[in-house]
Ligand binder design. Sequence first.
Ligand code: PLP
Length: 397
Amino acid sequence: MQQLPGRHFLQIPGPTNTPLPILAAIAKPTIDHRGPEFAELGLEVLAGIRSVFKTANPVVIYPTSGTGAWEAALVNTLSPGDRLLMFETGWFSTLWSKMTKSLGFEADIIKGDWRSGVDADLLEARLREDKAHSYKAVAVVHNETSTGVTSNIAAVRRAIDRAGHPALLLVDTISSLGSIDYRHDEWGVDVTVGGSQKGLMLPPGLSFNAISDKALAASRTSRFPRAFLGWEEMLSANVKGFFPYTPSTNLLQGLKVALEMLHAEGLDQVFARHARAAQATRAAVRHWGFEIQCSNEAEYSSTLTAVRLPVGHSADALRHEILERANMSLGNGLGPLADRLFRIGHLGDFNNLTVTATLSGIEMGLKARGIPHSPGGVDAAMEALAGNLPPAALAAE
Ligand code: PLP
């Protein structure tokens, strides 16, 4: 591919742009993973990561992509043949349920429309029907990256409690962790799954399981065979800051800096920055005259916006045009949404200029492709970022 001038705009919904201080930390020489310097690093990141999940309990760090942590959540807590209740919110919840079945668990799927999040009332009804408590776990995705829909996990917890059901609650926060408010302890989540390459601003390669006491107890009686992903050995090595095998030393050096950056900005400010970027992006999309994939305003994602193009226009051709003209990558439509929509990532390391530059690249691409739209979406976004949205537009939020 031809070398394009300027920096590449990686505006997919993860992996995200890695800021220079994190890149510099990763580029430092690799240290002895059994030496005292590593123990200090290990203890620091294992303690620091808890605050991002908002938990006082242990968080396990794997040298895998997020998919590894999905598997870890299942194999550590369940036994062969166990039944789960899962909610279909889009591509990623579907992949998780496929994995669940591949591992030999039984997964009952509550069908969704890929435009909204987990319906807590429906979930409650299904759990009430399960009088024998045959479901051992409920598994949901907090932020569905294929659709730009954020589910209300506190409402899911309340639904499980109202049904008086003892199932474990497993939640995927891969594209929301460190970007959208999330409370592992307060919301009574048993295993939270996370990844490094989105809100944490690291390259791909680390994943996480935040673990409740109930999940830990379940892991002690679980009969599912596990080795590399087993919590027990990991947690006992972690007490002194070490890992049972060679950890991703350099990514952990990067994680230390990522945590420092998130804490220096303040998590609430980080969440507000993401919400503002999302609001500005939606203002541009509406101005252009396109439909947002998420159909429920209360569930708009702060980390990405999935934009539907009018029928007859290829979202992939638009993305290709933008890559060639503006040196910017946007997310593609996944599964049944392929070529129907494109996804704008506004998560991780970005500011108002990154958001407006991203939207400029899209508007130029729309013009170049001759896709009918109302020009001036970037102006609408700038108004939103400046807090100058007219009252009617704000009300629509
Ligand atoms: N879950 C969600 C919500 C995701 O967005 C992704 C990846 O984008 C995954 C799971 C899979 O994670 P990974 O690709 O890191 O294995």
